[in-house]
Design a protein around this ligand. Sequence first.
Ligand SMILES: NC(=O)c1ccc[n+]([C@@H]2O[C@H](COP(=O)([O-])OP(=O)(O)OC[C@H]3O[C@@H](n4cnc5c(N)ncnc54)[C@H](OP(=O)(O)O)[C@@H]3O)[C@@H](O)[C@H]2O)c1
Length: 277
Amino acid sequence: MANGTDGDHFKARSDMQPDQLSKDPVVTGATSGIGKAYASELARRGLDVVLVSRSADKLQMVAKEIEDQYGRKTRTIQVDFTDGHSIYPAIAKALQGLEIGILVPDAERKITQVINCNMLSVPQMTRLVLPGMIERETGLIINMSSMVGTSPQPLLSLYSATKIFVSYFSQCLHAEYKSKGITVQCVAPFMVSTNMTMNMKVNCFVKSASGFAREALNTVGHSSYTSGCLSHALQNVAISILLPDWLRMSSFLIKMLRNLAKVTEAKQKQELREKEE
Ligand SMILES: NC(=O)c1ccc[n+]([C@@H]2O[C@H](COP(=O)([O-])OP(=O)(O)OC[C@H]3O[C@@H](n4cnc5c(N)ncnc54)[C@H](OP(=O)(O)O)[C@@H]3O)[C@@H](O)[C@H]2O)c1
């Protein structure tokens, strides 16, 4: 939900649009879904982009796609965020010489892996780019949280907990650095049709990745904490009224959701078997 927290005092400095920060944006998780959509949208707006992801072949493919479609330059960095802290010196080396104006960390796997990928990567990537931003007195960091990081989400415990980390980290950092000309925006979407959500059908609730990135980038400078798009902001309001915390955390609802998950899984297996026959 759009929920800007800037005071007027800081408005002029933090009121920046991504296209005004014409310096080497870095997008992690840039080979599919929301990250790829952000990278394409930044290139469409005239920026050269640095793409960071796990799969070298996908990186080359996306880089070529962006270069051909938007005529912008790209640079790729191949890393696996689940490898933990050991990868960051190599990333720092690869980023050397770049003037990074925008950071969009956005990657996605099990306990240590989920923590390394969803949590550790966020402050580590921030540490690599923040000093340059402070020196230049300008910068934009967009961190991808989730609607399930806005309140505790049973059955998605670990994922939900990693996303509240992203949310708090981003909001604190924004408060600390907005007076230095740096915007840290936290984006907390509902459903976006990507590999992670099994490319579900786009409708008035589920946004396409490209549509989402376009709308979300337009909120930069207006809001430091956002659902990213109007549809998700409305869903957030509706859910907070229709599904209050006491109900979402109740054993009754958790039992219902577990049963629903079993039925859905059985249905998916059945569909898969039918397809194979
Ligand atoms: N889709 C939604 O409905 C939704 C809703 C709320 C929040 N989010 C958040 O948005 C972010 C992006 O999700 P998405 O739906 O766009 O996912 P996605 O389509 O699965 O894309 C994930 C991206 O991250 C990269 N990646 C995955 N694991 C990685 C690793 N260990 N190291 C480096 N890169 C890695 C992938 O690269 P390769 O494929 O090349 O390995 C890919 O480029 C996530 O943080 C997710 O939690 C998504």
